[in-house]
Write a protein that binds this ligand. Structure first.
Ligand code: HEC
Length: 143
């Protein structure tokens, strides 16, 4: 009877020890996999700003309208038609953002009209987010 009790107690202790080890392993595995995943998401977020087309329309109506017209159809002798521009269609959002920041000088070999497109349409204070918004708007007016 006494021996049986000892055996039973040992079995209970052994099971408790196994359970404790199993739980411990799980915790150790969870920590290193979740932390880098969260860090990666944070690092990727600023790389591709998401444009707000409605806000882009408002900025376009003040910063780009003089040369590209209210619907982006261009103004003769000033800015090109952006609704039919194949070049614009072929650029990625990132490339268009870079283009708007740089503009296209009249002497640039890629210039097609001999008229300059000023950097940021001549608004040096324009932010990356505002430019991303304009690009989102330009995607909605292209035919
Ligand atoms: C002062 C006039 C002017 C303003 C303001 C202006 N642009 Fe332009 N833009 C031009 C001219 C001129 C060209 C054509 C350059 C060339 O001949 O290659 C052009 C070209 C472009 C192109 C390339 C089109 C193509 O097919 O090559 C894009 C895109 C563009 N502009 C976007 C914008 C945006 C967005 C704004 C407002 C932030 C803006 N522009 C403000 C004059 C202007």
């Amino acid at each position: 009877m006494f021996k049986r009790l000892i055996v039973a107690a040992l079995v209970v202790l052994a099971m408790a020890a196994l359970a404790a080890c199993g739980g411990g392993d799980k915790n150790e595995e969870a920590t290193p996999t979740t932390v880098p995943a969260a860090a990666q998401q944070q690092a990727a977020a600023p790389a591709a700003p998401v444009g707000d087309a409605a806000n882009g329309a408002k900025i376009f109506a003040t910063a780009c309208v003089a040369c590209h017209g209210p619907e982006g159809k261009g103004v003769t002798g000033l800015g090109k038609d952006l609704t039919t521009s194949e070049w614009t269609q072929q650029q990625t959002d990132e490339q268009l953002i870079e283009f708007i920041k740089r503009g296209r000088d009249a002497g640039d070999p890629l210039n097609t009209t001999g008229i300059a497109m000023p950097p940021k349409g001549g608004n040096p204070a324009m932010t990356d987010q505002e430019i991303a918004d304009i690009v989102a708007f330009m995607r909605t007016i292209h035919e």
